[in-house]
Design a protein around this ligand. Structure first.
Ligand SMILES: [Zn+2]
Length: 57
């Protein structure tokens, strides 16, 4: 699967057997992404760097 880097627009290849939560990084700018959704051969990523999870208590 192939998607694009939101930062530099370079192509990012994601393994066909990638799963939600898997981390991939842009080979051009080094931005880290987390796989959040895989649907019909399309992969959605979010930037792992900007993740600020607040799990609360
Ligand atoms: Zn990039």
């Amino acid at each position: 699967m192939e998607t694009k880097c939101a930062e530099c627009d370079a192509g990012i290849s994601v393994p066909d057997d990638a799963i939600k939560g898997e981390l991939v990084s842009c080979k051009d700018c080094g931005t880290d992404y987390e796989v959040v959704e895989i649907k019909g051969g399309t992969v959605m990523l979010k930037q792992a760097d900007s993740v600020e999870e607040d799990w609360g208590e």
